[in-house]
Write a protein that binds this ligand. Sequence first.
Ligand SMILES: Nc1ncnc2c1ncn2[C@@H]1O[C@H](COP(=O)(O)OP(=O)(O)OP(=O)(O)O)[C@@H](O)[C@H]1O
Length: 359
Amino acid sequence: MARIDLDHIRHSYLPHPKREEDFALKEVHHSWQDGGAYALLGPSGCGKTTLLNIISGLLVPTEGRILFDGKDVTGLAPEARNIAQVFQFPVVYDTMSVFDNLAFPLRNRGMRPAEVTKKVTEIMEMLDLTAMAKRKASGLTADMKQKISLGRGLVRSDVNAILFDEPLTVIDPHMKWQLRSQLKLLHDRFAHTMVYVTHDQTEALTFADTVVVMYEGEIVQIGTPEELFERPRHTFVGYFIGSPGMNVMPVTLDGAAARIGDQTIMLADAPAPKPGARTELGIRPEYVRLGTEGMPVAITKVEDVGRRKIVHAALDGSDIAVIVGEHDPIPGDPHITFEPAGINIYADDWAIVSGARQS
Ligand SMILES: Nc1ncnc2c1ncn2[C@@H]1O[C@H](COP(=O)(O)OP(=O)(O)OP(=O)(O)O)[C@@H](O)[C@H]1O
């Protein structure tokens, strides 16, 4: 397994890029630790596949270098990078048995038969494939075939990294949950460096130790699931992570006072945005309290979502979602307050104050 250094990488699909907008991938400069489980998370078109293809060698970046354990591999083809890849759709040999499909990458590298059997047996057990070891892949469902693809990615222990590109897309929803947990166990057990591309926050948050959130060709935050939830560095992270996402509303700053229409929220410190910056307050629905004191709101909708309710309210022209318990009463004269620890202030979408204490 290897540490992966992305050294001032940028990529454009245009022949002569000039402006920042010409780059599908804006500058990335990070080190990914040996044995880390990373998820690249973001909406369609944000640059996840571009970055993954640069790591795998399918793309040579327009600028910058990529290093595996300090060795420059920027010019190396995928075959020369010693990586395993699992794609959206299964890649299996239909005429081979499940066992032989898994054994193939190992036999190819000259591993002794006894070792091949040991390794393949172990992976088949972890992926629940043992019962069908002798069956030909051709007769299996797409789900099962994708499990074999995952197994083929995981079977080698000598790879620098295992790259997954939306590997659970074709998997039945019931099995998705099971496979996500199995992948996590496999990572904990074998400590492969794993990079997992997805646009699904649940997949990213359950699989990865570190989530890399991308938006419009840029990495907007790298953090643990908890950091992304508690301290979104960019408004996009706030919207994209959480269900529902963070409330973001325009705010006027005057020293330590944040004003939303006629309402004033006192912050512990006075943020200092750049002059002319667009300022916003972000607060997750989990940190908004509904009661009879604080800022008056008009309730527009109440959604029952199992053990909790999502209350939608209008606060001086801004829509606010509030999470309350399933049995919590909805007051007749509703007001809201913000938990000070959950308040984030943004200037031009980037956090300038996170978790401010209210005074
Ligand atoms: N071969 C290509 N030629 C030109 N532009 C491309 C090419 N591949 C991707 N792009 C553009 O680069 C940007 C990033 O695309 P990329 O496929 O990396 O995003 P993504 O986050 O992986 O999206 P998806 O989840 O839809 O695969 C998009 O604007 C896309 O249109």
